[in-house]
Design a protein around this ligand. Structure first.
Ligand code: ATP
Ligand code: MG
Length: 274
């Protein structure tokens, strides 16, 4: 934790004018899922395919934000509040989820945060799987895909055809089915630039969350970051060396960091603080 704090302090000194990142701590937590849709306002998805999620499967994948009785879901609501506050203050609408190295919990955080944001009546959330090397969102949610970002990039599908509504009001997923090659070139392409702009500009109330590969193992995140408004950094306590954290913060020096999640930390879930 000390290493993370030091790397952040150092980065904060370099990032003058950028809001101080919010920090959140998520501990290991078994989860239960109880469907709660009665009090949630429904919206119609004329074009998106609607796919109902399986509660037991979600629980096995630690998708906790759907279950309001699970203390772990409160953590994501608290994270949502802090993230949305900073994004609204700055008129930011696109958020990348990043980490120094693999397995930090980016996809876990991205999905749970997107669900939590969608539960706010005035917001919609769009979750995009831009980890083109190791796409996992569809698997975490148990989505069986027909067309996905793969077909969109190949020119074999329209955007509307690949959007999936996973049975949660105000949440849309843009999934990727299979790993692709030349991922950083793809993310730097004009097509992706147009797509990111289109996703951001279509609706004012929409928060777009991009799940990405780790920063230190591929340049994909570094290619996408200049195209998004801000980033949420996910780190695991004890997983990274001081050098890795310093290098990560150096690479993020031009990025608006909206917050830091200390994931898999062995502390009480209420431990949210600035
Ligand atoms: N807070 C947590 N408690 C327990 N397990 C967790 C937690 N967060 C993530 N995990 C588990 O850790 C593994 C890695 O999580 P995840 O896939 O979200 O990481 P990632 O950063 O997206 O990895 P990659 O860089 O490979 O895409 C998964 O099995 C996930 O269920
Ligand atoms: Mg991932």
């Amino acid at each position: 934790m000390e290493k993370i704090k030091n790397a952040l302090e150092k980065a904060k000194q370099q990032q003058t004018g950028t809001p101080a990142p919010a920090k959140a701590v998520v501990r290991n937590q078994p989860t239960k899922f109880i469907e709660e849709s009665d009090d949630l306002e429904s919206i119609k998805y004329d074009t998106s395919a609607v796919v109902e999620l399986d509660a037991a499967y979600l629980e096995s994948k630690r998708i906790v934000a759907v279950n309001k009785h699970d203390p772990a879901s409160w953590i994501f609501d608290s994270l949502r509040t802090q993230v949305l506050q900073k994004m609204e203050e700055n008129n930011w609408r696109t958020l990348a989820i990043v980490s120094p190295t693999p397995e930090s919990g980016k996809t876990f955080v991205a999905i749970n945060l997107a669900i939590s944001i969608a539960q706010q009546p005035l917001k919609t959330a769009l979750l995009v799987d831009f980890d083109l090397r190791r796409p996992r969102i569809a698997n975490y949610l148990g989505l069986k895909l027909n067309k996905s970002i793969n077909e969109l990039l190949a020119g074999n599908a329209e955007l509307e055809e690949i959007m999936v509504n996973p049975g949660i009001p105000r949440l849309t997923i843009l999934p990727t089915k299979t790993p692709t090659t030349k991922t950083s070139e793809t993310l730097a392409s004009k097509n992706i630039q147009r797509l990111v702009t289109e996703l951001r500009e279509r609706y004012d109330s929409r928060i777009v969350i991009f799940d990405l590969p780790p920063i230190l193992t591929a340049d994909d995140a570094m290619v996408l970051l200049p195209q998004v408004d801000c980033a949420l950094l996910v780190v695991c306590d004890g997983m990274n060396t001081k050098d890795e954290l310093d290098e990560t913060m150096r690479l993020l020096s031009k990025t608006n960091i909206v917050g830091v999640v200390a994931n898999k930390a062995d502390v009480e879930p209420r431990a949210y603080y600035y």
